[in-house]
Write a protein that binds this ligand. Structure first.
Ligand SMILES: O=C(O)CCC(=O)C(=O)O
Length: 265
């Protein structure tokens, strides 16, 4: 799969792409079928919400599931990432599902990913890409991501580590900066049916509100980073930043539909 010149230009200008229907309903069904097993694992890679105790984020998925190992090597993710970054030498930095369970899923504060990648892992440059696929329909009601259009042009904003708001410590951007960037670029809510994909860059400021609705909202997120820009600090667990810098090689386009039954039992 190749992005068009118009998509590449939009990515550079706005900092993100929304790709409706990138994955089919049949592919989403394969991805969703793995979720109950993964969420009931007694694993430190399943991080729970502060209030409800429901799974907030389930990490390290490419090591815990053949289906998600394949998704991380899916050509509809890997080829656009190679195209944007201009290199075939990318590694899987992180693979997770952010669940936002109906009524209780908590917010992700305003942040950009490079703040964490740099401060925690010593990633030198803001090159990593975050590639999402919606596992549920995402609407204005169930805690969608909100992007600040063009905020990546401002470069890495000042951040502070917030260990209080949720169970997941995050380097966050202050309200004054958010207000300035939002007035300049506007906010875009990333919505669409299950199977919709997103690609956004490491300096794009984004966040998402809590899920007050009666509808679950799960989104898979893959971070791919150039091997030449790999982490230089190794303090975080492997499930937060994978320490194997083997180049990711794309599989066949139908790889999610050919998973042997034994691999999902
Ligand atoms: O799942 C969400 O709502 C937030 C995800 C996010 O901020 C991220 O992947 O960096």
């Amino acid at each position: 799969m190749r992005l068009t010149a118009a998509q590449l230009a939009a990515f550079r200008t706005e900092g993100f792409l929304i790709l409706p229907g990138l994955f089919s309903r049949a592919e989403v069904d394969v991805l969703r079928a793995e979720v109950p097993r993964l969420f009931t694992d007694d694993s430190p890679a399943n991080i729970r919400e502060k209030i409800s105790g429901e799974v907030r984020t389930a990490m390290g998925l490419h090591l815990r599931s053949e289906v998600y190992a394949r998704l991380c090597r899916h050509p509809r993710f890997v080829e656009p990432a190679r195209q944007i970054l201009g290199t075939d030498r990318l590694y899987i930095q992180q693979a997770k599902i952010n669940a936002k369970v109906a009524f209780t899923g908590e917010a992700w504060q305003w942040h950009y990913d490079f703040a964490t990648h740099h401060a925690e892992d010593g990633v030198p440059e803001p090159l990593a890409l975050n590639l999402h696929v919606f596992l549920d329909d995402v609407t204005e009601h169930n805690g969608p991501l909100i992007f600040i259009r063009g905020s990546h042009h401002d470069g890495p904003a000042a951040t502070a580590l917030d260990t209080q708001t949720t169970s997941y410590a995050l380097w966050t951007v202050d309200n004054e900066t958010v207000a300035r960037l939002a007035k300049a670029g506007g906010l875009v809510t990333a919505m669409g049916p299950a199977g919709t994909a997103l690609i956004f860059g490491d300096c794009l400021v984004h966040g998402s509100p809590s899920n007050m609705s009666p509808w679950d909202r799960s989104i898979f997120s893959l971070i791919l980073n150039p091997i030449a820009n790999a982490q230089t600090r190794f303090a975080r667990p492997d499930f937060k930043h994978h320490q194997d810098f083997t180049p990711v090689v794309p599989l066949a386009d139908d790889c999610l539909l050919t998973v042997p039954a034994a691999a999902t039992a």
